[in-house]
Design a protein around this ligand. Structure first.
Ligand code: SAM
Ligand code: DTB
Ligand code: SF4
Length: 366
């Protein structure tokens, strides 16, 4: 079985999602341990550098100018304000700052230059920098890369089929094009979606098909639960149950074993027990800080207490180590084990790091 399989079908993914819960958890936790340290969780802090007034019509979003929500719009933040916020985030244990702008797309000019300066500034603080600024050209992606951007977030949000029911001002294809532009630069891809927008299970599976078929798969996949904000077309949407989040996280982990699965919007509604099950099912990243972009998020101190309770450690910046891959290969290609990572199941053969060619197609002996 290859580590990154790009030809998952919707039916296969639905079958995984609908497994008896204990089977699903066991399978997801097993995949998780083969590729990640189960006790390490990456922590990102969101910063809304340009809030509100967006021309798009994303049905879930409180920042769309056309909806009457309570959020306070702002102009682009100054670089010094961003630096101060990044320092706070670092002091509270975050390894990454993710800057969001309520833009349809990036426009070349002084505002983009200011964002590039923000990226350079945070980079100098020895933190990973992520941006989510809407659609990007290849040239803009390269300029962000040169400034030191680590990741670009651009969510598919839902399946291609359901996309038009959620957003009419751009198409699913446009999202894929931006992701492709990011992929051509050396910035890592962060792309995921939202559950609880009235979609069918088949749409959740469809979104995972689209994400998993990206080659390579995104380095990180945020799974958001809809935050139903008054004034948006989705204000009256029923909240999802924690079991749906656990199933979605577990399924994402199984179909994208190497990716960092981020438990994103919606954590204020989740108990510690619920979040613990998500971490067990393969979530290994969160957004921390008392605000997401415009809506509330758990208090940092409460998150750190939860980490302590669960024995989780925040990941240090720039330390993501991909675990050896598990694919079909001849036994003869394998080198003897040097040292087995403590989170790898017994019976799995591990390649020596120096044997990079073979390491990229290691074997799982089941
Ligand atoms: N404007 C850029 C864009 O759309 O790509 C970047 C910012 S946008 C707010 C980033 C992501 O936040 C969206 O793609 C969506 O997945 C998520 N998001 C926005 N509003 C949300 C809500 N109410 N609940 C959950 N996720 C939400
Ligand atoms: C992502 O997938 N979730 C984050 C981040 N990427 C940019 C944003 C969540 C926003 C929730 C609604 C709000 O706070 O405005
Ligand atoms: Fe604008 Fe992004 Fe919100 Fe859509 S999700 S309305 S593009 S800020």
């Amino acid at each position: 079985m290859t580590t990154q399989r790009h030809n998952w079908t919707k039916e296969e993914i639905l079958a995984i999602y609908n497994k008896p819960l204990m089977e699903l958890l066991y399978e997801a936790a097993t995949v998780h341990r083969e590729h990640h340290d189960p006790n390490t969780v990456q922590v990102s802090t969101l910063l809304s550098i340009k809030t509100g007034g967006c021309p798009e019509d994303c049905g879930y979003c409180p920042q769309a100018a056309r909806y009457h929500t309570d959020i306070e719009g702002n102009d682009l933040m100054t670089v010094s304000h961003v630096k101060a916020q990044a320092l706070r985030a670092k002091a509270s244990g975050s390894s990454r700052v993710c800057m969001g702008a309520a833009w349809r797309n990036v426009k070349d000019g002084p505002e983009f230059d200011q964002v590039l300066e923000m990226v350079r500034t945070i980079n100098k603080l020895d933190m990973e920098v992520c941006c989510t600024l809407g659609m990007l050209t290849e040239n803009q992606a390269n300029r962000l890369a040169e400034a030191g951007l680590y990741a670009y977030n651009h969510n598919l949000d839902t399946s291609e089929d359901y996309y038009k029911d959620v957003i009419s001002t751009r198409a699913f294809e446009d999202r894929l094009e931006t992701i492709d532009n990011v992929r051509k630069s050396n910035v890592t891809v962060c792309s995921g979606g939202i559950i609880g927008m009235g979609e069918e299970l088949a749409d959740r599976a469809g979104m995972l098909v689209a994400l998993a078929s990206l080659n390579p798969q995104p380095e990180s996949v945020p799974i958001n639960a809809l935050v139903a904000v008054e004034g948006t077309p989705m204000e009256a949407m029923e909240p999802i149950s924690i079991w749906e989040m656990i199933r979605m996280v577990a399924t994402t982990r199984i179909v994208m074993p190497e990716t960092q699965v981020r438990l994103s919007a919606g954590r204020t509604e989740m108990s510690r027990e619920g979040q613990a099950m998500c971490f067990f099912a393969g979530a290994n990243s969160i957004f921390a800080g008392d605000k997401l972009l415009t809506t509330p998020n758990p208090d940092v101190n409460e998150d750190m207490e939860m980490f302590k309770l669960l024995g989780l450690n925040p990941q240090k910046p720039f330390t993501k180590v991909s675990q050896p891959k598990t694919v079909e290969a001849e036994d003869s290609e394998l080198q003897p084990m040097d040292e087995k990572p403590k989170w790898t199941r017994p019976g799995h053969k591990i390649a020596r790091n120096e044997n990079a060619k073979v390491a990229s197609k290691l074997v799982s002996k089941e």
